[in-house]
Design a binder for this molecule. Structure first.
Ligand code: NIG
Ligand code: FE
Length: 390
């Protein structure tokens, strides 16, 4: 027994990527033949195993692992929903577009219908099962959005479900009330409910850490986003925004104007938008699995964003429609191939930068003394295996 009276644990690995900063913003420290000591879920010591302090020598380190990297952080998911979208998937396989499928009864609205009709138990079961699958793929912290309720009670229920994930996985919760316009209501009427009823209740019950909005033709516009930004400020919530997914609508510039914490998607964002994000300090969250998932080929320009000095984040966008994946390594695999991010850039984007996008960099994102002992252990002794294998 060492330290706080809990059993200390020693993890041995041929290679450990601590993720601590190197000389360059995208470098991360790598230690060969390393040992990590954790106790009570907190990292207590890390270094070359030959330097392991005497007090830990008696602790059995078990079998040596190949490589240990910081636990992956998924900074953008729609993890809580009912039903499935296999009909959409089949239509897409026959060449129908996202917009065509949405117009013919599929899309977000279909999931809204299935989510409203789902029992509490089935919602929670699905959420926990998906979180467990994500954990197998290396995720140790997840952001969960609501957005498939689109009416007061249904959205509150999704936020309650998202919050209930905690015993299974650390999470942060985002209210995406402005995801689509609910069937049978005007936008004005629904937005009234969002601002007068749902947001005050979220604030009172501390149900979310951030708000989000889908800015796109047929969904919400710049003025709606301005109104949401005001409320976010009033309630002390971070602002996240789905922007420029299917066209350059000036979404990145809008996110910069509104002081958003993150601007997510950005497939169509051009040079001026990238510059605006950099000037305003908005973190870009890129979701290439949704491009792949929709069978499209226009990926966001990660290279230009990195050149502009932006701390690019990669996330799954896990949802039943555009991005049915729980695997951040799959996202990294796509980013390295189609966006020409290096394996190290992809790893930093899913760990250190992602934790920062969620305001949890003091606990997650790197392997450092005092932070959570949330690691991902790989069989291969080389971190590049993570993005290479898919
Ligand atoms: O991030 N863009 C809007 N929302 C999701 C898609 C949700 C869905 O298709 O159900 C996204 O891709
Ligand atoms: Fe999304």
């Amino acid at each position: 027994m060492v330290g706080s009276g809990h059993e200390a644990k020693v993890t041995l690995a041929k290679q450990v990527v601590t993720g601590r900063l190197g000389d360059h913003p995208w470098d991360a420290e790598i230690i060969k033949d390393a040992a990590i000591v954790s106790d009570d879920g907190i990292c207590k010591w890390i270094g070359p195993r030959d330097d392991l302090p005497d007090e830990y020598w008696a602790v059995d380190g078990g079998v040596e692992s190949g490589c240990v990297v910081p636990g992956l952080v998924d900074a953008h998911t729609h993890l809580v929903f009912g039903g499935d979208r296999y009909d959409d998937f089949e239509k897409r396989s026959q060449g129908k577009s996202y917009a065509e499928i949405a117009a013919s009864g599929g899309g977000i609205k279909r999931t809204v219908e299935l989510t409203r009709n789902a029992t509490w138990e089935s919602l929670q079961d699905g959420l926990v099962r998906r979180a467990f699958q994500a954990k197998l793929a290396g995720t140790r912290l997840v952001e969960v959005k609501s957005g498939y309720g689109l009416e007061h009670d249904a959205e509150i229920r999704l936020l309650d479900a998202a919050n209930s994930l905690l015993p299974h996985m650390p999470r942060t919760v985002t209210y995406l009330g402005l995801h689509a316009i609910p069937e049978g209501r005007t936008k004005e009427d629904y937005m009234d409910e969002v601002f007068r009823r749902t947001l005050p209740e979220i604030h009172k019950r501390k149900l979310a850490d951030a708000v989000d909005i889908f800015v796109e033709d047929g969904y919400y516009n710049a003025d709606d986003a301005r109104r949401l930004a005001q409320a976010a400020k009033q309630y002390g919530l971070d602002l996240r925004m789905h922007v420029d997914q299917f066209g350059d609508h000036g979404g990145a510039r809008l996110a910069a104007e509104l002081g958003a914490k993150t601007a997510d998607h950005l497939e169509y964002t051009g040079d001026d938008g990238i510059r605006a994000l950099a000037d305003a300090g908005v973190i870009p969250v890129l979701l290439p699995a949704s491009v792949f998932g929709l069978g499209l080929s226009k990926y966001p320009d990660a290279r230009k964003m990195i050149e502009a000095g932006l701390p690019v984040v990669l996330a799954t966008d896990c949802n039943p429609g555009s991005s049915p994946t729980l695997s951040l390594p799959m996202v990294m695999a796509i980013a390295c191939r189609y966006m020409k991010m290096t394996p190290m850039e992809a790893l930093v984007a899913c760990t250190r930068n992602a934790a920062r996008a969620l305001n949890l960099e003091h606990e997650f994102g790197t392997i450092e003394v005092g932070k959570r002992a949330a690691f991902h252990v790989l069989p291969e002794p080389d971190y590049r295996s993570l993005a290479c294998w898919f």
